[in-house]
Design a protein around this ligand. Structure first.
Ligand code: PGA
Length: 279
């Protein structure tokens, strides 16, 4: 009897400590990403030059999302340079294959070297058919095919002014993650009013919103929410990167305009790499 009480306690302690360590592990393991979204910019020559110039980092995960036509050449340039840089697409179709003129399937994207895929960017959500339902179907297909979705969410200026930010994010999160069991995805909070405007969200506002997003994620997936990287996007650049990197719930940035220049994108990578070394 004594024996069994002792082993019961030992097991209990092991389970409790294991669990606690497990949780700490998840938090400290959250990966930091610096991701470039080139949108509809650059050609073959620019792409070659970019990957020659850009440095990779051991401390943060660097991912570049070129337009579809430049994905395979980008993959070759990255391999030639031997750099540890991930490749992402800017969009993916929800179906496995079929009569969808002009679209790219998840398996095609994987085939040309992609590991990641942006889904639900606001520049796509502006088309009325790109709603939460479609975003969810794309996330399902990406995960099923082994691509890591970078799911973009964010409120418009009008919604912000009407104090609807939390309501909008709540709906977008529950919509995008419906029936998703996997935690193999990345979130990007991109307030629409901050994209390409130079009007970036202050680091304090972004942190507050990221903490809200994580609280909603907890409702959806429990403690696993602590392991999900949440990136900020919207006029992020070399000058404001340090402020974002100092925030506990900001796990990197999704960069549009400032990612087109390899030197300034490198500058942002360096800021986050330093932040990681100091943490
Ligand atoms: P921006 O774009 O950095 O030019 O604001 C960000 C994005 O749209 O992902």
């Amino acid at each position: 009897m004594e024996q069994s009480i002792e082993s019961y306690i030992k097991n209990l302690v092991r389970e409790t400590i294991g669990h606690t360590l497990g949780e700490l592990q998840i938090q400290s393991d959250r990966r930091v990403y610096v991701i470039a979204n080139w949108k509809m910019n650059k050609n073959l020559a620019d792409t070659a030059e970019f990957f020659q110039t850009i440095k990779s980092s051991d401390d943060v995960s660097v991912v570049v999302c070129p337009p579809a036509q430049l994905l395979y050449p980008a993959h070759l340039f990255i391999s030639q340079q031997g750099k540890s840089i991930g490749l992402g697409a800017q969009n993916v179709h929800w179906a496995e294959k079929g009569a969808y003129t002009g679209e790219s399937s998840a398996s095609m994207l994987k085939d040309v070297g992609c590991e990641y895929c942006l889904i639900g960017h606001s520049e796509r959500r502006q088309y009325s058919f790109e709603d939460d339902l479609l975003v969810n179907k794309k996330v399902q297909q990406a995960i099923k095919s082994g691509l890591i979705p970078i799911i973009c969410i964010g409120e418009t200026l009008e919604e912000k002014n009407l104090l609807q930010t939390e309501q909008v994010l709540f709906k977008q999160l529950f919509g995008a993650l419906k029936d998703i069991d996997s935690s193999n995805f990345i979130l990007a909070y991109e307030p629409v009013w901050a994209i390409g405007t130079g009007q970036s969200a202050t680091a304090e506002l972004a942190q507050q919103t990221h903490a809200y997003i994580r609280s909603v994620l907890k409702q959806i997936m429990g403690e696993k929410a602590d392991g999900i990287s949440i990136l900020y996007g919207g006029s992020a650049n070399e000058s404001n990167a340090a402020d974002y990197s100092a925030m506990p719930d900001i796990d990197g940035v999704l960069v549009g305009g400032a990612s087109l220049n390899a030197q300034s994108f490198d500058g942002i990578i360096n800021v986050f790499a330093k932040g990681e070394q100091n943490s």
